[in-house]
Each structure stands twice: as C-alpha cells, then as structure tokens.
Write a protein that binds this ligand. Sequence first.
Ligand SMILES: NC(=O)c1ccc[n+]([C@@H]2O[C@H](COP(=O)([O-])OP(=O)(O)OC[C@H]3O[C@@H](n4cnc5c(N)ncnc54)[C@H](OP(=O)(O)O)[C@@H]3O)[C@@H](O)[C@H]2O)c1
Length: 323
Amino acid sequence: MKQAQLGDLQVGRLGLGAMGMSAAYSIGGFDDAESIRTVHRAIDLGVTLIDTAEVYGPFVNEELLARALEGRRDQVVLATKFGLISHTGRDGLDSSPASIRTAVDGSLKRLETDHIDLYYQHRLDRGTPIEDTVGALAELIAAGKIRHIGLSEVGVDTIRRAHAVHPIAAVQSEYSLWTRDQEAEILPVLRELGIGFVPYSPLGRGFLTGSIRSNAELPDTDYRKSNPRFFDGNFEHNLRSADELRAISDEVGATPAQVALAWLLAKGPDIVPIPGTKRVARLEENVGADAVELSPEQLARLDGLTPAVGGHHAEAQMAWIDR
Ligand SMILES: NC(=O)c1ccc[n+]([C@@H]2O[C@H](COP(=O)([O-])OP(=O)(O)OC[C@H]3O[C@@H](n4cnc5c(N)ncnc54)[C@H](OP(=O)(O)O)[C@@H]3O)[C@@H](O)[C@H]2O)c1
C-alpha cells in the first residue's frame, strides 16, 4: 500500500474505520469474529491506521479492537477519540482537562495498550477553550500516554488556535463525493499548517457503494434512519449520484466503492480515508482502491456528480459541528 503523511505520522494511505463493527449500522447484525478477521486482513494488506472512539458502543468497540490487535499492536497506528462522553458529570460535550485525563485512562485500559498513537477530540466543546484542551493533550504526550493529537469536525479558527498550542497531526471530518464542504476553506489551511486530513464516512455511510437501493432496507436500529440524506424523498433523489458513480466506475473497471475512495486519494498524499466495514470481502474490495488510477476527465466528472440533498447529520448533531 502507498503511504501518506498525517503531520509527521506516516500511515498506509487507506485506513480502517471500526465503528460499524459495534455500532451505528445494523444491517446484517454484528459479528465479532468476522470483524476480528477483517482487522487481521487489513493489517496483512498494509492498512495501518485503525480508527475507533470511546463512544462507539459505547466502549465495546475499543474492547473489540484490543482482542483483534492481540500480538499485532505494534503493526498499527491506533486512533481513538474522547469528548462525546463526559467524565465530570456534565451534560453533553466535555473536553475539559479533567474529563480528558479520565477518558484517556479508560481508553488505554480497554484497548489494552500503553499508548494511543493518535488521540482525537471528537467534537469541539464550546464550554472549554481549545487551548485548555490541547494543553491537556500535550501533557498526555509528555506523559507517554498518547503520541499525536487530532481534532474532528472543527473550523479554521479552532484549527489555528489549537495548532498554536501544540502541533496537530490530523483533522478528521466527513468528506466524500457527497459531502464536499471541507474543500473551500479547511483543506487549504491544513496544507498551510502541515496537518493531515482523515475523511470519515468516505463511502457516504455505504450509500455511494450502491448497495442500499431503498431506505426500507434499513432496520429501525440503524443510525442512517435518522440521517436526513436517507429520509423519504431525499433518498430517492440521492440515488442519482450513486447511479452516476456506478456508470463512471463501470468505465474505470472498478467498483463504486473503489472509485469513491480513489477520488479522495487523488486529492493528495495528506489524505487518508478510513472506510468502515466489518466484512473481509468488502475490506479487500476497498483496499483495492490503492491501485485505481482515475484520469483528469474522470476526476472532473466525479467532481460534478449531482449534489446530495439533506443534511449529512441529524439537526441536533449538525449543531456540534464547528465552522
Ligand atoms: N469523527 C467522526 O465524527 C466520525 C463519524 C462517523 C464515522 N467515523 C469513523 O469513520 C469510519 C468510516 O465511516 P462510516 O463507517 O461512517 O462510513 P463509510 O465508511 O462511508 O461506510 C460504511 C458503511 O458502508 C458499508 N460498506 C463498506 N464497504 C463497502 C463496500 N465495499 N460495498 C458495500 N458496502 C460497503 C459498511 O457496511 P459493512 O460494515 O456491513 O460492510 C457500512 O455500512 C467509521 O468506522 C468511524 O471510525 C468518524
């Protein structure tokens, strides 16, 4: 696998998102044994960046990864996140230094490791100055508990303020063929500062792969039921972009998932998508994107796909996004 750079952290340019192994996407249920095989296959194929969070489950996704990484911990760059769960008794987001100090010890214990390679704030806590949050994280680096700092769904002002306190290795936010709002302002600032970018939900939560053709396929427990892009009306409109992607993929001779990922990879060597899957066959398919080359004409057509309708999160969660 070709390599990419997140600040001074080198990783395989395709990572693996582990969230769906324990939470959020319930089509087909959860199968820990297949999830563990998926992590092992990923490592065999050169994936190094593995992404989780304390809130996935909550907690059980980190525990699952500990089982999957037994004897292989040194082969991966392990990323987890704090901030959606308060450890100080507050309601809502909590990135106070006291909450972070408790959160990190919990993640280390569940992950059965002595350090986290990349530790992200999951969402900006408007009640805690970002300088205080990053200051606490810098102390964790000094203590050897974490190696690099990341932020998620933050705006330009927060990125600059945070980076002034301690270098930020990566920003992780939603970015895909149907969520493009990182392009205008965020990516140029990250490049100016030498910060890498990790697109989450790079397959549009599975939608872009064309594998979900009707929102009636989603069980009530599936997170996507509450995502406006999957609502009646929006879903049918959005099928146009999945169909356009399929037509281009047929020409390329690759699958829609591979072309969606190759389009992101073509944006630069500082971009590391983390497609999520809990199945070996899909992991193998997704890693195949490393070998897909798109022509300038194909990239331009992909840039011009019919835009999605509907917010990329439910309204309450959109309010947590810092712009
Ligand atoms: N920072 C944040 O706030 C944030 C938010 C969301 C996600 N994330 C991270 O980003 C990772 C990836 O995002 P995501 O999981 O939300 O969305 P995604 O990667 O866009 O899509 C995942 C979905 O697509 C399906 N899928 C994967 N490969 C496929 C293929 N080749 N063909 C057909 N379907 C395929 C998966 O199903 P199966 O699993 O059944 O294969 C799953 O339902 C997460 O795992 C998580 O670690 C972070």
